[in-house]
Ligand binder design. Structure first.
Ligand SMILES: [Zn+2]
Length: 242
């Protein structure tokens, strides 16, 4: 295992290329068939990058024929697992009620989410969950699956964060503060937390995960070095990186 300084548990290197910092372990996440393939290429070219592949809720609602599309896309994901050796999870997948306004859009997201969770179960991979204004619904669905999952950029309540952590979930902290986020960072055990940049959407580059680490350390009253090491180890264990 190479010596990493810290880990960024969630970023999108396909849209912030040129920031492949060799001292950071990075998990780059696909959101569509095309970005899944791009993520695989980036992971293949960089020893410190692993990737996840999935169809995001925003992508799902663009395809009225999502069930048909998923047959082809999931077959592709299964072969990425066999071919690349660097696929470490299914994601990001989930529900986004901020963007889904109609019942039809919510339905397409739901169909896609369920199908991808079944895929994660079949492939014995952990799932990276995107949930926006739909935390309760996502947690409810996840209860029916026997998989490890990570709530990426978690923005729910303290009690939902606790519920996620107690049912096998890991909670991922972006470099953005907030009163509810402070509460669950304080109350969850450090073993249940990882740090992410979500670059380029939230942080500009994966280096922004260091800000998440700093925030966790401050809120928990811990040494930054200890949080850096712990969140790195949590990321390695969660994704089963060897
Ligand atoms: Zn993301």
């Amino acid at each position: 295992m190479p010596q990493y300084y810290y880990a960024d548990a969630h970023c999108h290197l396909d849209s912030c290329a040129g920031v492949l910092l060799p001292h950071i372990l990075m998990i780059t996440c696909g959101t569509s068939h095309e970005t899944n393939l791009r993520s695989m290429r980036i992971a293949g070219e960089n020893h410190n990058v692993y990737f996840t592949a999935g169809i995001s809720p925003q992508e799902a609602m663009r395809h009225p024929d999502i069930k048909i599309k998923l047959v082809e896309w999931e077959e592709a994901i299964s072969s990425l697992l066999a071919d690349s050796g660097r696929l470490v999870g299914i994601g990001e997948i989930g529900l986004d009620y901020h963007w889904a306004k109609t019942e039809e859009q919510k339905h397409l997201q739901y169909e896609c989410f369920i199908s991808q969770l079944q895929l994660a179960e079949r492939l014995s991979l952990p799932a990276v969950i995107h949930s926006r204004d739909a935390e309760e619904e996502c947690l409810e669905i996840l209860r029916n699956f026997n998989i490890r999952f990570m709530m990426h950029c978690f923005s729910g309540t303290e009690s939902q964060a606790k519920e996620a952590a107690s049912s096998g979930g890991t909670v991922s902290i972006p470099p953005v503060s907030g009163s509810e986020r402070k509460k669950f960072i304080a109350s969850l055990p450090l073993e249940k937390l990882v740090a992410e940049s979500d670059a380029p959407a939230i942080g500009k580059t994966p280096e922004a995960a260091a800000e998440s680490i700093k925030m966790i350390a401050q809120i928990k009253g811990l040494d930054e070095e200890a949080v850096r090491k712990a969140t790195l180890m949590n990321t390695i264990l969660f994704f089963g990186i060897r």
